[in-house]
Design a protein around this ligand. Structure first.
Ligand code: KG4
Ligand code: ZN
Length: 337
């Protein structure tokens, strides 16, 4: 079964053709990074306008790269949530029109679930496992019992992990996207030059929840307070010290969750799963196998949408052509009948 996957939730305009949920025939990602760089962040209005201009060409190229044409496509999958409303609507409207005109199945996909599906495109991963979804908008630690039963154990109570990378990078003008710039600079810095605080939640709170806004404030507004004697406040040192704490906050919780739930696999997805320090730390957890997507599949892409969409279509969880986009996800715990 050939599924066309469409992804326009943020600043990547992407389309992919995936066979049987696993074999990537094409994965065309047109990034808008250049257009948003002058603002050091995504400008929603620019993003949705560019998607409108690009979507048709992006889909056409995905079909050409896969050496197929529209009549070969068996179903259309598209991101409907979460994301920037204007951006989501472009991909969703396009996908609906295409599926309707071809009279083939249409399915909407949750972008966060798709991020966690990305490593499944490259590895045979058995359930259950601990899922770590870390992107620009979400930070989720989940017990993934099976494909349709993802139990969220913890999440951020304020900023997302990737958002903290982006905000710190924006403040110090380190480059855009922030996570990529910090990861690169951190390699040349001293991760112990600053002792930034790990946010502690109140006693009795969910121990798997986390907070990134305190860390961000410490790095941006209280830098000198946390500097080790004799250390220099170089961009490299700030990046390395911030990154260490931001990632260690995840690792601490991952370790406790693996232990508590008696799991021996962790699967990471989302833009921050490209982070070299996160990958190193997750790989070195004893007695646990860590899976990450390859770099191209960490950030937003159509292949993960087509891959997960295949399973929805195969299991007959089709979507209504009247279904709408949603900027936020209300509940993650899915159980299909
Ligand atoms: O998954 P994604 O492409 O979009 C969302 O769904 O949000 O994730 C984008 C986020 C951004 O915050 C970006 O700074 C972060 O992923 N990111 C990284 C790295 N590459 C991208 N964060 C840390 N280290 C990286 N190497
Ligand atoms: Zn994403």
């Amino acid at each position: 079964m050939l599924i066309l996957g469409i992804e326009t939730s943020c600043d990547e305009c992407s389309a992919a053709v995936v066979e049987d949920g696993i074999k990537i025939l094409s994965n065309n990602i047109a990034t808008q990074i250049e257009e948003h760089t002058p603002w050091n962040g995504v400008v929603p209005e620019i993003a949705s306008r560019l998607h409108t201009e690009w979507i048709d060409g992006v889909v056409q190229k995905a079909l050409n790269d896969a050496h197929v044409d529209l009549s070969d496509i068996d179903g259309v999958a598209v991101t409907a949530l979460p994301g920037l409303m204007g951006s989501l609507l472009v991909g969703l409207s396009y996908a609906k029109a295409l599926a309707w005109s071809l009279d083939i199945p249409f399915v909407t996909v949750n972008h966060m679930e798709a991020h966690l599906y990305a490593p499944h495109l490259e590895y045979k991963i058995e359930y259950p496992y601990l899922g770590l979804i870390v992107s620009g908008g979400h930070t989720l630690i989940c017990h993934v019992h099976d494909q349709y039963n993802m139990e969220v154990m913890g999440t951020t109570v304020d900023d997302a992990c990737g958002e903290a990378f982006d905000k710190v990078a924006k403040f110090y003008k380190l480059g855009y996207p922030g996570g990529v710039a910090i990861d690169k600079l951190a390699r040349k810095g001293d991760p112990k030059a600053f002792h930034f605080p790990k946010a502690r939640l109140n006693k009795g709170d969910n121990p798997y929840n986390m907070s990134y806004s305190g860390l961000k404030t410490a790095v941006i507004n209280q830098l000198n307070q946390f500097k080790k004697d004799g250390a220099e406040a170089t961009h490299e040192n700030i990046a390395a010290s911030f990154q260490r704490i931001a990632i260690d906050m995840l690792i601490d919780r991952v370790k406790i969750a693996l232990d508590e739930r008696q799991l021996d696999q962790v699967v990471a997805g989302g833009g921050v799963s490209a982070n070299s320090y996160l990958r190193k730390r997750l790989t070195s957890i004893k007695g646990c196998k860590a899976y990450f997507p390859s770099m191209e599949l960490c950030t937003d892409n159509g292949a993960m949408i087509a891959g997960l969409g295949y399973h929805h279509i195969k299991n007959d969880h089709l979507s209504d052509l009247r279904s709408n986009a949603q900027a936020r996800v209300m509940a993650f715990k899915h159980k299909y009948p």
